[in-house]
Ligand binder design. Structure first.
Ligand SMILES: C[C@H](O)[C@H](C)C(=O)SCCNC(=O)CCNC(=O)[C@H](O)C(C)(C)COP(=O)([O-])OP(=O)([O-])OC[C@H]1O[C@@H](n2cnc3c(N)ncnc32)[C@H](O)[C@@H]1OP(=O)([O-])[O-]
Length: 719
């Protein structure tokens, strides 16, 4: 809806009403058409102001309407009518003006923004492009390079940057609507032709072709298969080369290629999935809206290695007082420097003062006695972590929430080392912890609703996308990564090369293939975990054949490389070779290829031709199958939790939605059939044996992914 009133005698005030973000639903669009007509027809009215209810201008088109039969007036003619008006129309921008919301404002003759407002055309993040004139008006207003930057990246800009770019005409610190009304009165009766952006010529840019070629090349590289960024460049090119109306036709054409695309559905699913994981719940009944978090003012970090330092920085940047503890004096000094450096660089990037005084350092664990929450981030060793939790349980005040940053060890076992196991949860950050958005909050059967709520709330305060997951080996992300890695190793045994496997995964959209990623994170990290699991024994030591461990097929390839000190980038050699230790540019290593041939010969394996499709099916379907086991075990509440973890923590291409969404797009029947095919070929690999939940979903007609939560509830209630 849109409400109409007259203020200051001669200003028609139109208020968009569709909380929480006044999205341009059919009803709002109709309201705008009606109220604009009324204002223009009201002889008393000399000027018009458009604003949004509740201090929010407009969050754009109503995403919830996409995929439905959209009705009501179209945005383009609605905005044209405003631009063509014979009375000045001023947009009063408070809170946000995004997507169609900014396009509406660009149709107005003037824009007044609050200093805290954020503006942008983020359609590309939804697999779309600004299709209400944004790709044609913005370049005409601010020039092609600036418009390309905003539209292809979809980034939000501050009011200050919007003023500097010329997107808005005035910025005010308060009373935005009053300022807009005053502005409207000041321009009433003045000629408007020079304020109709669509009539502007697109500012000339020297060597347009070179500019667009350069941008298209960069965009193709960073898009990694996403189609919307490409279409955005093509649409802006139309603005730079075609008259406005032809450019609008081009914009419409390109939007039509995107609107019903699988990628747009995946990105819009991801948008709502990110909000769904915020409405968390646990099998024990804890919930986002009923479980009250404890206030956390003072947080502490135990262990200042790479992860501990990043966590301390993220806590300080979120405004908390932080006590950083490291028992090793030398490590403590180095950590102090590193943390200060990260805080200063972060503050410089954000244009704020560094929160150096927020962090205090100590080598004595007693220093955390008054902390409200403590995060243990010591070396990934259970014995060491047990000791730390016993110490924390002894020194911390009652009610302190104790968290572990373990990436997969048993949280419940650590809880049992303390006086109050109900106050123990996992907070699994991802490296670098002050950059990566994902946080797995791990609850055990004893974790209290308050402890889970406190960790989830803190994650939100740190700007993290927090996902509540149940305690199990490897939690969600790493548990699914195991079969994915395992298949990659098996494919090498059967004839593939690291280059082929990585190419398949990078063409799928991952920023890095599994073997390049392994070289980056260090082969020794996985080796240590396999050793801890009793898997990486020297060949023959277990008395079992080299390629069988714990009764299952096992590939010792990674262990064999580690035994030769090939840990990846850090040693200049891994699955690839690098120009030096710490080098980052991977190149094929002839040694590795002859090593693989030797290995196959030694184990009587005959290399066969493996194509990219098989690599994808084996690696991704094994990962997805484990996802179904996680859903079946009730470790997460729904597929959205898994998909958000993989998009924000493991580089799963966002335009593919996530592993579970991807499975629904491929078709559960197809995934089941292919898993059965590969399991038949590899009966000694249990991870390829289709999960019974997958079978049950297929037999109940393969419901769409957004219905799995309710189907799961029903299936579990039948158990
Ligand atoms: C033609 C035209 O060219 C094209 C085609 C378009 O215009 S395409 C559309 C372009 N617009 C966008 O991309 C903006 C998308 N929104 C956001 O980026 C953020 O929401 C936000 C605005 C910065 C607020 O963030 P927040 O953190 O304060 O709250 P929230 O939890 O995110 O949001 C609060 C609630 O509002 C819902 N919501 C937000 N934006 C919405 C939208 N555009 N449509 C429908 N619902 C929306 C959201 O799902 C949540 O609902 P629920 O979960 O409570 O039920």
């Amino acid at each position: 809806m849109a409400q109409y009133s007259r203020v200051s005698g001669s200003v028609g005030l139109i208020t968009l009403q569709n909380p929480p973000v006044n999205a341009l639903s059919a009803a709002v669009r109709q309201g705008i058409v009606d109220t604009v007509k009324r204002a223009l027809g009201d002889p008393e009215v000399k000027a018009v102001v458009i604003r949004g209810q509740n201090g929010v201008f407009c969050g754009g088109a109503d995403i919830k309407e996409f995929g439905t039969n959209m009705s009501g007036p179209h945005l383009v003619p609605m905005i044209h009518a405003i631009e063509a008006a014979n009375k000045p129309v001023v947009a009063a921008i408070e809170g946000i003006a995004l997507g169609g919301g900014l396009e509406l404002a660009l149709g107005c003759h003037y824009r007044v923004a609050h200093s805290k407002a954020r503006l942008g055309l983020p359609e590309v993040t939804l697999g779309l492009l600004p299709a209400a004139g944004g790709t044609q008006r913005l370049p005409r207003l601010i020039g092609v390079p600036a418009a390309l930057d905003l539209i292809t990246k979809g980034r939000h800009i501050t009011a200050a940057e919007a003023l500097q770019l010329g997107v808005v005409d005035q910025v005010t610190g308060h009373g935005t609507v009053d300022a807009a009304v005053k502005f409207a009165l000041s321009v009433a009766g003045k000629p408007l032709d020079a304020r109709r952006i669509s009539t502007y010529p697109c500012p000339r840019t020297s060597d347009l072709d070179a500019l667009f070629e350069g941008v298209m090349q960069k965009v193709r590289q960073s898009a990694r298969g996403a189609i919307a960024p490409i279409a955005c460049v093509q649409a802006v090119r139309a603005a730079a080369t075609l008259p406005y109306l032809q450019g609008m036709e081009r914009e419409k054409e390109l939007m039509a290629t995107l609107f019903t695309s699988g990628q747009a559905r995946a990105l819009q699913y991801s948008f709502f999935a990110q909000r769904a994981v915020g409405r968390w719940s646990t099998p024990s009944g804890a919930r986002w809206d009923t479980s009250k978090p404890r206030p956390v003012h003072i947080a502490a970090v135990i262990g200042l290695g790479t992860m501990g330092r990043g966590i301390a920085v993220a806590l300080a940047q979120a405004g908390l007082s932080v006590i950083a503890v490291e028992t090793q004096e030398k490590q403590l000094m180095e950590a102090k420097q590193a943390v200060s450096g990260m805080l200063e660089r972060g503050a410089k990037r954000r244009g704020v003062a560094p929160a150096l005084d927020k962090v205090s350092y100590s080598h004595d664990i007693k220093a955390v006695a008054d902390a409200d929450l403590v995060i243990e981030a010591v070396f990934e060793d259970m014995a060491l972590k047990r000791t730390v939790f016993r110490q924390l349980s002894a020194v911390c005040k009652p009610g302190t929430v104790l968290c572990t940053n373990t990436s997969g060890l048993d949280v419940e076992h650590l809880a049992s080392q303390t006086r109050n196991p109900q106050l123990v949860v996992g907070m699994h950050f991802f490296a670098p912890a002050h950059v990566m958005k994902l946080l797995e909050v791990v609850y055990g059967p004893q974790s209290s609703p308050q402890a889970v709520a406190t960790a989830m709330q803190l994650g939100k305060k740190m700007g993290k996308v927090s996902v509540a997951v149940g305690n199990c080996r490897g939690f969600v992300g790493n548990r699914m990564l195991k079969p994915y890695l395992e298949q990659a190793f098996f494919l090498l045994e059967e004839g593939a090369t690291p280059e082929l496997v990585d190419r398949a995964l990078e063409e799928f959209g991952f920023p890095m293939g599994v073997f390049k990623m392994s070289d980056l994170s260090g082969l020794d990290v996985g080796w240590r975990v396999r050793k801890a699991d009793g898997l990486a024994e020297p060949v023959g030591a277990s008395g079992q054949p080299a390629r069988i461990r714990q009764g299952q097929r096992y590939s010792p390839l990674g262990d064999l490389l580690c035994e030769q000190g090939r840990f990846g980038q850090k040693t200049g050699r891994g699955w690839y070779q690098y120009d030096k230790s710490g080098g980052q540019v991977a190149s094929s290593d002839p040694w590795l290829h002859s090593f693989l041939e030797g290995y196959r010969a030694m184990h009587g394996l005959v290399a066969r031709r493996i194509d990219l499709q098989e690599v994808l099916e084996r690696c991704l379907y094994a990962l997805i199958n484990e996802g179904f086991r996680i859903l079946e075990d009730g470790i997460v509440a729904g597929p959205e939790d898994i998909d958000i973890i993989y998009v924000f923590g493991y580089g799963w291409p966002r335009h593919r939605g996530g592993p579970m969404f991807y499975a629904s797009m491929v078709g559960l029947e197809r995934v089941l059939e292919r898993l059965e095919h590969h399991h038949k070929a590899h009966p000694d690999v249990p991870h390829l044996q289709p999960c019974s939940l997958l079978r049950r979903l297929v037999s109940s007609g393969s419901p769409p992914v957004h219905r799995w939560r309710e189907v799961l509830k029903k299936l579990n209630s039948q158990l």
